[in-house]
Design a protein around this ligand. Sequence first.
Ligand code: G3I
Length: 369
Amino acid sequence: MAACAGAMAWPLLLPEPAGAATCAPAEPASCSLRSVADLAKLRIGSTITSSRLGDPAYAGLLSEQFSSLTPENDLKWYSVQPAPGEWHFEAADADLAFAEAHGMALKGHNLIWDQDAYTPAWVRALGPSGLRSAVDEEIRTVVGRYRGRIPRWDVVNEPLANLGTARSDSVFERELGKGWMVRAFVAAHEADPAAELWLNEYGTDWVPGKTAALVRLVRGLREQGAPIYGVGLELHRPTDRGPRSDDVVAALSRFARLGLRTAITELDVPIAPGDPAGPRRQAKAYGRVVQACLEQPRCREVTVWGLDDGHSWLDHLGLFPTPTRPLLFDADLQPKPAFAVVRACIARAALLRAGAPAAPLSCASLPRP
Ligand code: G3I
């Protein structure tokens, strides 16, 4: 992958904010998530939403606990270019300014979402030639604007069909032909040759055959010259019954064997509203997934899809009874059992990494108080 060879490795150790407490991983309670994750060489991420940045409690928790941020919606095509020639970067600029002010790395999400529901209507109506130009322009404009400042992009999001394993039947597939994804990756690389370029997909954990289909797709794209650096796996519905750590490691390893980096990009674990055991089961599920990433050497990041239970997309999905309470912090921004498990899990990995005696990395259990 000559085109990819120049891609800079994204620094794993990010600067600690001034005044951060000293973290001793043998005592996880002394550590923020981000400080212990730095020691374990894992990026730990949350989404960011510019409209909440004026809330000091939100902003404080985000910068204290996370080293990576993914704009939940502020960089999507429908946000940055709601109409032809009309660009809006205020929200994304605010997200990036916040990340930079706190020594956090922002991930550009996403350039092309390969599902019609999330593509602006005016884009869908362009016809093949206009669509090709619009895709090129969007990638050039957005990546070019943040060249050197946003080190990593989801170039293509969710390229496989909803609930299936075939390629999506999106307007991009219908009107641009099979080569459009390669062209999109090449355009992003030209706009910022140092940026890591990622492909992001959901459902590999529960749609039969989807991991294999994604491996085939990515391998084919790379053979055709797409400078893909990594594959991100969304995990939106792990439960205490699955997926098992081993299965997630196996899925991550399939992409690692292609020479790619991997990440868990969108993790959240809904629980039933009235289930008293819910928080405990949720903690186990989080532990299993974080353990899997820590065990696969090419897995670089775990990002949780939201900061707190008061603000989750899952409460608006209509698939689960609400409130789904799927995140690490409750609606009052207080840490939940899942937070303690994730921090303890990463702390053990940091100790093992440093050669210190530590319990084996078995993260699906609650740490002792
Ligand atoms: O902008 C309006 C706002 O004006 C209004 O007050 C509000 C009332 O509901 O709706 C707002 O827009 C919603 C937006 O989220 C902000 O809350 C959209 O209707 C809604 O469709 C949008 O949903 C987002 C969804 O992607 C579609 O873009 C979710 O927040 C976001 O979590 C979700 O994220 C995706 C990832 O990007 C890709 N993987 C799947 C994941 C979950 O669907």
